[in-house]
Design a protein around this ligand. Structure first.
Ligand code: GLA
Length: 646
């Protein structure tokens, strides 16, 4: 039984208490949270279903939902309940249905407080028959990413931004069997150095300009070469930042030892060979006056006598930690808030912005996530000023540092941040609230990106929040990590769509306990190449068939190819199709299945694929000789505005 929040439970409410509606407790039943679905194969033998349904008392009399029974896809019964209503009886005639779905929707007003209980629920069956069992809502995809090739493959972005005069640290991402010989062909600017053993470029570039560097990698299985243009100028993050962040893995239980272990696992897993470079510490590296009372590791001065920020005792030496991360060729990131306190109640940067930016730079950090949190308590000004001031301020403070620090705005998309985040000095900005490992959460974040594509560009990225793939704290209980509650298909959708959006890819799982499936989602180089495409053009929703559950998102790629994501929003498998004409595509296009890394062939006329429930099929279409777009389209996303049939 899926649950929109928490986990569904047998004989207990979604929060693990006794099932209780209107003061009455029930021994039997299931507790869940809207939106929720449970599908049961009944083999044509189900006669009826009945239950007492309602909102659990733990929601405090709030919430509103609709309980619904579907028999072979048709509504057999439904009842709407509000918090405080008490239990209502639900009876459905199933008339020998083969499949029954028990569904709870949010009643149309959002899912807050929708703790829904199915109590004393029972089916009646024809004599001598019984349910066949609960059924997965659709065929689930397994590992699609092919095993890594043995020959070298350079996975570097085409362009890499640095600021003139600031230290450069660039580790060439290259996969393939070791030993491998990696070198530079041609001249390297004299102020840069390349270490063949570590594959790291260091030094500085003094003058603004483009510096093409040609890397060559060779082993006994083959050779690969790629030119990376180092662009010395104002912009950083010319492709979306990729890395790992501690929050979804550890939340408030982070420490120096855990960060080092994550950095070690990062390299052991070869994430750096696929383009991931940041190891970012989220909340809870500072002291925390609130939690310090119960957790001595968080007790301590908020700031030092000179006003500089004081890390908590779990982080004895911030500079040494950044140094350790750098010694692996990786970059280090930090987290703070413009308010007096972070969301977890740790010390924020309010009234110490410049001093904090200086500390981060002195310690050697390369990334700052700056989270609104408590800022509302001290914010002044009205309208845009209210929302923007703290980000412009920190943006300028970071810019003053003799160090390239990627600036990640976190204020959940308020005040249309996509339209001003770059001006504030941001390289990416959260466009949504926090994303958790549930379908409503991930899909909600996806839909929220639909109007934002025009704001993404090299150095300026919409950020629908970090990845929640793999073992994470939201799936576990009591701060321990548990396996993702997203189905495998939903995990494909999550990763595919983040790449379509040109989103920052911040892995959010416990790297030390990663499983093969999760890793396969994170290291598919052809999928990642879409995210990292040098055009930096985010996907638009070019076709939206709400009734059929089919969404098609598309983004142009450098060199004339187009990436299409065929997203099935329904639980059941469906074919998703489009004609080339409707997207103004002419001629023959070569279709490549990006997850499987296989060509599907040359096609003209259109394309169709059968997509399992909640999954996304990702393809790359490259123009064959003579193929082109309708000349009225600047790129495929203009089909949002221009009807190519007319
Ligand atoms: C907010 C942010 C999260 C995380 C937490 C830390 O909720 O949106 O990403 O940083 O704060 O407390």
């Amino acid at each position: 039984m899926t649950s929109g929040w928490g986990n569904s439970k047998a004989r207990k409410s979604v929060e693990g208490r006794k099932l209780q509606i209107g003061g009455k407790t029930y021994e039997r039943g299931a507790g869940t949270h809207a939106p929720s679905r449970f599908k049961i194969a009944t083999g044509g033998n189900a006669l009826s279903f009945s239950a007492m349904v309602g909102l659990d008392d733990e929601a405090g009399g709030k919430g509103s939902v609709v309980f619904r029974v579907l028999a072979d896809g048709k509504v057999a019964a439904e009842v709407a309940v509000n918090g405080g209503d008490g239990a209502k009886e639900l009876r459905a005639d199933l008339a020998g249905a083969g499949k029954v779905v028990l569904e709870v929707t949010d009643g149309g007003d959002g899912m807050h407080f929708d703790h829904a209980d199915w109590c004393d629920a029972y089916f009646t069956f024809r004599d001598g028959t019984r349910p066949l069992g609960a059924e997965a809502l659709s065929r689930q995809l397994g590992i699609l990413t092919p095993p890594a090739g043995r020959a070298p493959r350079i996975n570097a972005p085409a362009r890499y931004g640095v600021r003139p005069g600031n230290p450069v640290l660039f580790k060439l991402p290259v996969a393939g069997e070791k030993p491998m010989n990696v070198k530079i062909e041609g001249a390297l600017p004299p102020t840069l150095a390349f270490d063949n053993a570590t594959r790291v470029v260091t030094g500085t570039l003094e003058k603004p300009g483009d510096y093409p560097i040609r890397f060559v990698a060779e082993n006994s299985h083959g050779r690969d070469a790629k030119t990376v243009v180092f662009v010395a100028g104002e912009k950083l993050a010319l492709t979306p930042p990729m890395g790992w962040n501690s929050w979804n893995a550890f939340a408030g239980r982070v420490s120096d030892a855990k960060i080092r272990a994550a950095a070690d696992a990062f390299v052991r897993l070869g994430l750096d060979e696929h383009g991931y470079s940041f190891v970012n510490i989220d909340d809870f590296w500072q002291n925390n006056p609130q939690n310090g009372r119960t957790d001595p590791t968080l007790a301590g001065p908020e700031r030092n006598p000179d006003g500089s920020i004081s890390p908590n005792s779990r982080f004895p030496d911030m500079k040494a930690l950044a140094g350790y991360i750098h010694s692996l060729g990786l970059k280090a990131g930090l987290y703070s808030s413009p308010g007096p306190y972070t969301c977890g109640g740790c010390t924020g940067s309010h009234l110490h912005e410049l001093q904090d930016a200086q500390s981060y730079a002195e310690w050697g950090y390369d990334y700052l996530k700056y989270d609104w949190c408590s800022y509302g308590r001290v914010a002044t000004g009205e309208g845009h000023i209210y929302h923007r001031r703290p980000y412009f301020l920190m943006g300028r403070c970071l810019r003053m540092q003799p160090r390239d620090i990627v600036f990640s705005l976190c204020q959940y998309g308020n005040d249309a941040v996509s339209t001003w985040g770059a001006e504030a000095g941001g390289h990416c900005w959260r466009t949504t609230g926090d994303v958790f490992d549930t379908w409503p959460s991930v899909y909600g974040a996806i839909r929220a990106q639909a109007p934002l594509w025009m704001h993404a560009a090299p150095g300026a990225w919409n950020d629908p929040d970090m990845l929640v793939l793999g073992r994470n704290v939201w799936a576990g209980g009591d701060g321990d990590a548990g396996s993702s509650r997203l189905t495998p298909n939903e995990q494909y959708t999550h990763m595919s769509m983040w790449c379509m959006f040109a989103a920052p890819l911040m892995i959010g799982c416990d790297l030390e306990n990663i499983d093969d499936f999760t890793l396969s989602l994170l290291v598919n180089d052809e999928v990642l190449a879409i995210d990292q495409d040098e055009l930096g053009a985010a996907a638009a929703l070019v076709k939206n068939d709400t009734a059929g559950g089919a969404e098609i998102w598309a983004r142009p790629l450098a060199g004339g190819a187009i990436a299409f994501a065929l997203l099935n929003t329904d639980d059941e498998e469906h074919e998703i199709a489009f004609s080339f004409k409707e997207f103004g595509m002419r001629g023959e296009w070569l279709v490549r299945d990006v997850w499987r890394q296989k060509d599907e062939g040359a096609m003209s006329g259109g394309y169709a694929a059968s997509v399992p429930g909640h999954a996304t099929h990702l393809v790359r279409l490259s123009p064959l000789p003579g193929a082109c777009l309708d000349p009225r389209l600047r790129d495929i996303r203009d089909t949002v505005y221009i009807d190519t049939d007319k």
